[in-house]
Design a protein around this ligand. Structure first.
Ligand SMILES: CC(C)(COP(=O)(O)OP(=O)(O)OC[C@H]1O[C@@H](n2cnc3c(N)ncnc32)[C@H](O)[C@@H]1OP(=O)(O)O)[C@@H](O)C(=O)NCCC(=O)NCCS
Length: 175
């Protein structure tokens, strides 16, 4: 269905379009602004801000951003998936699926071991995400337990990593 769609890392030329894609998909400015703010932070990973391109047009975007799991005295670095957006005219054609699959591959290739997401409980399990509570990993936000999900890119990566995730302040401001 999504023939011809390529997934690639963002370049500077894509910045405005990425904001626009987020604005259109979410119907508000919060997520586009969040991506712009995160891009200014030192932890931002340009190779994990991916666009879906069709006929040279950016029609989708996904971001993976590093966050920290804090447990008693120790910390563990993981990736947070989101925001993720596909412009309405191209939704439900598998573009989102392609962004997630190829994004997870890119993350793994860069040596990342796990990913967490606050997202729809019917959508993310198809990529292997499970309840983060399975590993006793908690969100700092008051969200239902079934929307806080995690995925091991490397088997066993989350074993013993229980704790609470700390997001950068930009995420809190966007909520
Ligand atoms: C969520 C989103 C990125 C998915 O992209 P997409 O290209 O439509 O996704 P796909 O075609 O790969 O998959 C479609 C599936 O996603 C599900 N889906 C789409 N939007 C959804 C949503 N907001 N909540 C839950 N499920 C959703 C559909 O049920 C569909 O499942 P099905 O194939 O079993 O019917 C896109 O719909 C979007 O931009 N939505 C608005 C922004 C948003 O909610 N982003 C996610 C939170 S960060």
């Amino acid at each position: 269905m999504n023939q011809g769609v390529i997934i690639r890392p963002e370049t500077e030329k894509d910045y405005a379009k990425i904001t626009q894609v987020n604005d259109l998909a979410f119907g508000q400015k919060n997520e586009g602004l969040l991506v712009e703010k995160l891009r200014q932070t030192e932890n931002y990973i340009p190779k994990l801000s991916l666009v879906a391109e069709l006929n040279k047009e950016v029609i989708g975007h996904i971001l993976f951003y590093p966050v920290t799991v804090h447990s008693c005295g120790s910390t563990y670095s993981t990736l947070s998936l989101g925001p993720m957006a596909v412009i309405p005219a191209y939704q439900r054609k598998g573009v989102g699926r392609q962004l997630v699959f190829e994004g997870l591959e890119a993350a793994k290739a860069l040596g990342h071991e796990s990913v967490i997401v606050i997202g729809h409980p019917d959508y993310y399990p198809r990529f292997g995400f499970r309840l983060a509570s399975k590993w006793d990993i908690q969100s700092p936000f008051e969200v239902p337990v079934e929307v806080f999900l995690a995925l091991e890119l490397v088997e066993g990566a989350l074993r013993g990593k229980r704790g609470t995730v700390e997001y950068p302040k930009e995420f809190e401001e966007a909520i």
